[in-house]
Design a protein around this ligand. Structure first.
Ligand code: CUA
Length: 158
């Protein structure tokens, strides 16, 4: 069978590109240890209120971890618990959030915190709050009739 020279070059280019992409994914996953965000920790969505740390929503000081505080949020249609929270300026914080019912969003305006909250999973994000001010948390996944009313507030104070 005769294959035209350009056809061969194009086929080699296609296969080489595929191998490059697979190597990038392989190195990233197995050597650098990158994983998709969340989906690592699970929780029974019907028992969120009784399971740590979600039995104590809000800011909790922790010892012996890479972060100083854990900021715990529970989402449900159509609100977040807590509805407002104060965080000390400069604190290294692990945000932990989950939902009791349907998929909600967790987007902290003006920061790079943007998580999807799925029933049965715990979403986590480690960050340092180094700008004082009020940061609105909004739901950016359509979750029902009250979706546009769903918000909370992080106040970063000195
Ligand atoms: Cu919760 Cu949209």
């Amino acid at each position: 069978m005769h294959i035209h020279k350009f056809e061969k070059i194009w086929l080699i280019f296609g296969v080489a590109t595929l191998l490059v992409f697979l190597s990038v994914i392989g190195v990233s996953a197995f050597y650098l240890g990158n994983q998709p965000p969340s989906c690592l920790a699970t929780i029974n969505p019907e028992q969120v209120d009784t399971q740590a740390p979600f039995d104590k929503p809000g800011l909790n000081k922790v010892e012996g971890k890479e972060w100083d505080y854990e900021l715990v949020f529970v989402a449900s249609a159509f609100n977040y618990t807590p509805g407002e929270v104060e965080v000390p300026l400069g604190a290294k914080v692990k945000v932990l959030a989950t939902t009791k019912d349907v998929v909600h969003g967790f987007n902290v305006a003006g920061t790079n915190i943007n998580m999807m909250l799925e029933p049965g999973y715990i979403s986590e994000f480690v960050t340092t709050f180094d700008k004082p001010g009020e940061f609105l948390i909004v739901c950016n996944e359509y979750c029902g009739a009250g979706h546009h009313l769903m918000s909370s507030m992080i106040k970063v104070v000195e």
